[in-house]
Write a protein that binds this ligand. Structure first.
Ligand code: NAD
Length: 477
C-alpha cells in the first residue's frame, strides 16, 4: 500500500535546505495504516561536515551574544510553537509518524515550548561570581559556552526531547548539530525550521540520514565539545565508546524499566488510575513507562483484575481520532516483539478483548501476573502496552530487586503520601511519581542511573551541561 504525498529534505544547513548529495529517498510509513505518506532525502557525511563547519564558524559570535539576547530568541521560538496553527501542524506530524495520540502530540508541543521558556529564564537568572580566597588574589569564576554540541534524539518524543536539548544548548551559547531519528524526522525537521527563524545562520543545522555516517563525522572531530544523546542503552554504549578517546562532555539519557510500587495501604482505584497514565503514555513507548508492577501478595490479583478491566475499555484505532485511547506502536516489528516478551515470561496472561484494527502496528494490552522474575519481560524495557504484576511480601524485596536491576530511570509509588514519599526516596531511580503518573516538568532534573545513562536534563543542571566553568585568578595591583 503506497500513497506517498510529499518529499522532505532531510538536511537543513545555514537556515536553508541544500541539495543532499545522497538523494536516494527513504519512505516514512504511517504506523496506523502501514501506508507510506512521505519520503525523506537523506544527508550523509558531506552534509555532516558542512553542518559542522558552519557551527564552528558561528560559535564565537553566538557564544559572545549577551545571554539576554539568546534568551529572547528562545522566547520567540516558544511563542511560535504555542501559536495554534503551528501547534496543530507539529502535532499532526508527530501523530502521523509515530502513532502518538493527537491530544498527547499537542501536549508534547506545549511541553517543547515550555522547555524553551524555562531555559530562557534559567540563562537569564545566571550571573558571574567573584571571590577572594587568598590574600592578594581575586578569583573570578566565569562560565563559557561549551562549544559546538551534537544532539542525537529518538523517535518516541520527536519534538520535546530535541527541545529539552536544543533549548539549553542555545541558551548557553552552543551551536547545535542536530540528528533526529530517521524513524520520525518530519516533526523534528519542522521544529528545526521554527528554531532557525530566530537564530543566525549556522547556529542550528540538521541532518537526517544513516545514523553512524553522520555521528562518526561529528564525534571524531575535536571541534565538537559536547554530545547529548537520548535513545537506547545499546546505541548509548556505542556512542560512549566513540567519544571516549576525546573525553567529549556527554549526556546519555537511555532506556528504563520503571517499577510501579503499590503499598499495603494504597487505594487500588487510585493505583489503577495512576498506572493507566504511567503505562499507556505514548502507547506504552516512554522511557519512564511503568513496566514492573509490584503489589502486596494479598492485593496483587485484585489489582491485576481492576487494571485489566480498565485496559479493556481502551479504544484502539487511528491516533488522529480524538476518541482513540490507544494508538499503534511505531514500528511494524513492535507488536510481535511485545507479544513474544509476554508469551515467553511464564506468567498468567490476560489480554484485552478490544477489537484491533486490521492494518497498522497494533497490539492488545496485556498483563502478565507472576511472570518469571528473570524473564525478559521483567528485566528489560517493554516499550509497548504490556506489564508484569509481581507479588511482594516485604518492601525491602522490591527495593533490592530495583537496585540490583540494570536500569534506574523512572519509578512510581502509590500509597498514603508520607509513607509513599519515603519509599520513593529509597528507590534506586532518578525520578519518581508518588500517586501521580506524570512526574516530569522542565524545571526539575531528569536523570537516569546505571544503564539508564549519565548526566542531567531539565532544571538549572540541564543548562550547566552546556557550560564550561573558567576560573581566572587575578593578582591585586
Ligand atoms: P535508538 O537508540 O535506536 O536511536 C536513538 C538515536 O540514535 C536515533 O537518532 C538513531 O538514529 C541514533 N542511532 C541509532 N544507531 C546509531 C549508531 N549506530 N550510531 C549513531 N547513532 C545511532 O532509540 P529509539 O528506538 O529511537 O528510542 C527508544 C529508546 O530511547 C528507548 O530505549 C527509550 O527508553 C529511550 N529513551 C530514553 C529517554 C530518556 O530520557 N532516558 C527518553 C526517550 C527515549
Amino acid at each position: 500500500m503506497t500513497t506517498v504525498t510529499r518529499t522532505l529534505s532531510g538536511v537543513r544547513i545555514d537556515n536553508g535546505t541544500p541539495e543532499p548529495q545522497s538523494p536516494a529517498p527513504h519512505e516514512l510509513v504511517d504506523p496506523a495504516t502501514g501506508a507510506a505518506w512521505a519520503t525523506v532525502v537523506y544527508g550523509g557525511e558531506a552534509e555532516a561536515r558542512r553542518a559542522l563547519d558552519s557551527a564552528a564558524r558561528v560559535l564565537p559570535a553566538w557564544a559572545a551574544l549577551p545571554a539576554g539576547r539568546r534568551a529572547a530568541a528562545l522566547r520567540a521560538i516558544a511563542a511560535d510553537l504555542r501559536e495554534d496553527g503551528l501547534t496543530a501542524r507539529l502535532a499532526g506530524l508527530i501523530t502521523r509518524e509515530t502513532g502518538k495520540r493527537i491530544a498527547e502530540a499537542r501536549a508534547e508541543v506545549g511541553l517543547s515550548a515550555a522547555f524553551f521558556e524555562w531555559f530562557a529564564d534559567a540563562v537569564s537568572g545566571r550571573a558571574e561570581r567573584a571571590w577572594s580566597h587568598v590574600p592578594g588574589l581575586r578569583h573570578e569564576v566565569g562560565e563559557r559556552a561549551l562549544g559546538v554540541v551534537a544532539v542525537l534524539t529518538p523517535w518516541n518524543f520527536p519534538v520535546s526531547i530535541p527541545a529539552r536539548k536544543i533549548a539549553p544548548a542555545l541558551a548557553a551559547g552552543c551551536p547545535v548539530l542536530f540528528k533526529p531519528s530517521e524513524v520520525a524526522p518530519a516533526s523534528a525537521l519542522c521544529l528545526a525550521e521554527v528554531v532557525e527563524r530566530h537564530v543566525p545562520s549556522g547556529v542550528v543545522s540538521t541532518v537526517v540520514g544513516e545514523p553512524a555516517a553522520i555521528s562518526d563525522v561529528w564525534l571524531a572531530d575535536r571541534r565538537v565539545r559536547g554530545l547529548t544523546f537520548t535513545g537506547s542503552t545499546r546505541v548509548g554504549r556505542l556512542l560512549a565508546a566513540a567519544v571516549a578517546p576525546r573525553f567529549t562532555r556527554s549526556v546519555f539519557e537511555l532506556g528504563g524499566n520503571a517499577p510501579f510500587v503499590v503499598l499495603e495501604d494504597a487505594d487500588l482505584d487510585l493505583a489503577v488510575e495512576t498506572l493507566m497514565v504511567a503505562k499507556y503514555r505514548n502507547n506504552g513507548q516512554s522511557c519512564i513507562a511503568a513496566n514492573q508492577v509490584w503489589a502486596p501478595r494479598r492485593s496483587a490479583d485484585e489489582l491485576a483484575a481492576r487494571f485489566s478491566r480498565a485496559s479493556d475499555r481502551l479504544v484502539l484505532g487511528d491516533p488522529a481520532d480524538e476518541a482513540t485511547t490507544l494508538g499503534p506502536l511505531a514500528l511494524p516489528t513492535d507488536p510481535a516483539r511485545v507479544e513474544s516478551l509476554v508469551d515467553s515470561a511464564g506468567g498468567d496472561v490476560w489480554r484485552a478483548a478490544t477489537p484491533v484494527p486490521e492494518a497498522g502496528n497494533f497490539t492488545r494490552p496485556a498483563v502478565s501476573v507472576r511472570p518469571l522474575r528473570d524473564s525478559e519481560l521483567v528485566r528489560e524495557e517493554i516499550f509497548g502496552p504490556a506489564v508484569s504484576v509481581l507479588e511482594y511480601d516485604a518492601l525491602d524485596e522490591v527495593l533490592e530487586a530495583v537496585a540490583a536491576g540494570p536500569y534506574g530511570l523512572g519509578g512510581y509509588v502509590v500509597g498514603a503520601p508520607r509513607r509513599a514519599a519515603e519509599v520513593a526516596r529509597a528507590l534506586d531511580v532518578g525520578i519518581v511519581g508518588v500517586n501521580t503518573g506524570s512526574p516530569n516538568t522542565p524545571q526539575v532534573p531528569f536523570a537516569g542511573l546505571k544503564d539508564s545513562g549519565t548526566g542531567v536534563e531539565g532544571s538549572h543542571l540541564g543548562l550547566e551541561a552546556f557550560l564550561a566553568p573558567q576560573t581566572v585568578a587575578v593578582a591585586d595591583g
